[in-house]
Design a protein around this ligand. Structure first.
Ligand code: HEM
Ligand SMILES: *[C@@H]1O[C@H](CO)[C@@H](O)[C@H](O)[C@H]1NC(C)=O
Ligand SMILES: *[C@@H]1O[C@H](CO)[C@@H](O)[C@H](O)[C@H]1NC(C)=O
Ligand SMILES: *[C@@H]1O[C@H](CO)[C@@H](O)[C@H](O)[C@H]1NC(C)=O
Ligand SMILES: CC(=O)N[C@H]1CO[C@H](CO)[C@@H](O)[C@@H]1O
Length: 330
């Protein structure tokens, strides 16, 4: 078969046809989506985040996690931002989301954007842009955020528990929650590297200190003894489960590859972190070593994996809506 393209118009038309016919996903997301309709979107988001960071060093971590928890439940559609309302059961009320935060700053960003380009920028895109700028502000490397997502008119509270990885999931379950949304081992390891910033509550890891494998008095053998002792002081047995500790004890607020060198030194905080390195025979071990040995490898992969995560089932075209208020449907 021979096809002659007589004009670039025909070429583009054929390309679009092929993309549609073969279901090339997310053809509509692009780095320049708002170039004409809201050219200042990034600087507006950055301005709000720089301000917010002065009151809360953790805001970047909160926003990166918010994008993750949005994308893993029915795709990156801002469904996590919806409050309870008629017909909406909020995803915020699920235990997996109980410590997710940053909603107020998302509202501030939305309000600022509605001022400069009303009705244009989706809440789902705000989460993707805010995650990238948060990484930059923390010292990480920028990537080309893909935009053009639209916002859902529904939430899916029932899917939160089965979609969001829990720190108590087995390693196989954590992996399967990634493969379920089309993310592979490299994505799993790179994205777990987000734990180079932020905090976790004691209750998310104390069983590693006091009752590993349900054996009273047992400590996780894949935990460095000195680090375990430090954690026991911060999180005493029967103490408050909500006390916070750093996910990366070496540089708590710096976006760098120390998360991976920590894992190499048995200083991963959550079991799901340490499992990436301590599960013998797992393909994740070599990836942890690669990122531990090269920060630029980690940064490149992290950006690509954030784009991959941001591509999970976006609403595009005429699907969904551009919410005026991220907390409720229009
Ligand atoms: C691999 C499976 C994952 C598990 C089991 C997991 C689990 C957790 C847990 C238990 C916390 C502490 C929350 C609390 O105290 O309640 C946390 C915090 C955090 N997670 Fe993950 N996570 C995973 C993957 C990810 C991914 C893919 C990202 C983003 C790309 C991410 C970003 C964050 C950030 C930034 C924080 C700190 C949030 C803050 O300081 O408020 N996590 N994660
Ligand atoms: C958009 O950004 C440009 C350059 O940064 C600036 O000059 C202009 O005032 C901004 N416009 C709005 C509406 O914020
Ligand atoms: C520990 O016990 C709980 C409740 O009995 C059970 O659901 C869980 O699977 C056990 N965990 C391990 C690692 O054996
Ligand atoms: C914590 O509580 C358990 C169960 O009530 C008890 O057996 C244990 O001795 C307590 N540990 C400390 C350090 O108080
Ligand atoms: C922010 C928020 O609404 N968090 C809720 C998450 O779910 C728990 C219940 O598991 C609620 O208590 C929190 O208020």
């Amino acid at each position: 078969m021979k096809i002659f393209m007589t004009s670039s118009f025909q070429f583009i038309a054929a390309t679009l046809f092929l993309a549609a016919a073969f279901g090339v996903s997310n053809a509509q997301l692009s780095a320049t989506f708002y170039a004409n309709t809201c050219p200042n979107v990034s600087s507006v988001v950055r301005g709000i985040l720089e301000q917010a960071q002065q009151n809360d060093v953790r805001i970047g971590a909160k926003l990166i996690r918010l994008h993750f928890h949005d994308c893993f439940v029915d795709g990156c559609d801002a469904s996590i931002l919806l409050d309870n309302a008629n017909g909406i059961e909020s995803e915020k009320d699920e235990p997996a989301n109980s410590s997710v935060d940053g909603y107020g700053v998302v509202d501030d960003i939305k309000a600022a954007l509605e001022n400069v380009c009303p009705g244009v920028v989706s809440c789902a895109d705000i989460l993707a842009i805010a995650a990238q700028i948060s990484v930059s502000l923390g010292g990480g490397q920028a990537w080309e955020v893909q935009m053009g997502r639209r916002d859902s008119r529904t939430a899916n509270k029932g899917a939160v528990g089965s979609s969001i990885p829990s720190p108590f999931d087995t390693f196989d379950i954590v992996r399967s929650k990634f493969t379920d949304v089309g993310l592979d081992s490299t994505d799993l390891v790179a994205l777990s590297g987000a734990h180079t910033i932020g905090r976790a509550r004691c209750l998310t890891f104390t069983r590693r200190l006091y009752s590993f494998n349900n054996v009273t008095g047992n400590t996780d053998p894949s935990l460095d003894p000195t680090y375990a002792e430090t954690l026991r002081q911060t999180c005493p047995e029967n103490g408050s489960g909500t006390t916070l500790t750093d996910l990366d004890p070496s540089t708590p607020d710096g976006f760098d590859n120390n998360y991976f060198t920590n894992l190499q030194n048995n200083r991963g905080l959550l079991q799901s972190d340490q499992d990436l390195f301590s599960t013998s025979g797992s393909d994740t071990v070599a990836i942890v070593n690669r990122f531990g040995n090269s920060q630029s490898d980690f940064f490149d992969s992290f950006g690509q994996s954030m784009i991959n995560m941001g591509n999970i089932s976006p609403l595009t075209g005429n699907n969904g809506e551009i919410r005026a208020d991220c907390k409720r449907i229009n």
